[in-house]
Design a protein around this ligand. Structure first.
Ligand SMILES: [Zn+2]
Length: 187
């Protein structure tokens, strides 16, 4: 018997998600508002704000058409298609876009290494029903996708205070997104 097997079990229980998620959402909203715009390079294109977003992005010779009809903003729809096609996500470039990229999509793009956008929206953007693909939460390495998406303060609290099981549940991930966007709008 090794020392490991008679020792105390690894901690698998985290704090209750209903206590942790509002705190992480607040840290995430602050990061998106204060830090993310500074990470992006906007070409300053003049784009009309519309209800539906459509977007075309290219990874090398491959192009992907994204739409808010997917349930995600058009840019994230493109990113999700490229992910499932096995593209090197950091190499994505915008080919067409219907409205300015919102700050949450900027954070998603930045998380995979894309920082050039045609235009950026301000904080007053409507984020109703915002959603992100599950894989964007799966990379928990330091400096990885989730760390860059949430910002280090929110990321650290998310992985420290919640169990792996709770972090993996889509209901908790969506609650975090929804609460973050609500805080973002209120700021
Ligand atoms: Zn967006």
């Amino acid at each position: 018997m090794t020392a490991e097997s008679v020792g105390r079990p690894t901690r698998t229980r985290g704090k209750p998600p209903e206590n942790v998620i509002p705190e992480v959402a607040g840290l995430w909203a602050t990061y998106i508002k204060q830090n993310v715009p500074g990470f992006m390079v906007s070409a300053g294109a003049i784009l009309a704000a519309g209800q539906q977003t459509t977007c075309t992005m290219a990874w090398g010779a491959n192009t992907y058409n994204g739409s808010s009809n997917s349930g995600m903003h058009g840019e994230v729809d493109c990113l999700n298609q490229a992910y499932h096609a096995g593209e090197n996500l950091a190499n994505g470039t915008f080919q067409a876009l219907s409205n300015p990229v919102c700050m949450v999509c900027c954070a998603a793009l930045y998380s995979v290494g894309i920082t050039n956008v045609p235009a950026m929206a301000g904080a007053s953007k409507e984020y109703g029903n915002y959603s992100l693909p599950g894989w964007i939460f799966d990379d928990e390495t330091a400096g990885g996708i989730l760390d860059r998406l949430l910002g280090n303060a929110a990321f650290t609290q998310w992985i420290t205070d919640l169990s792996a099981e709770a972090r993996g549940k889509s209901v908790n991930r969506q609650a975090l997104i929804t609460q973050m966007t609500q805080k973002l709008i209120r700021h």
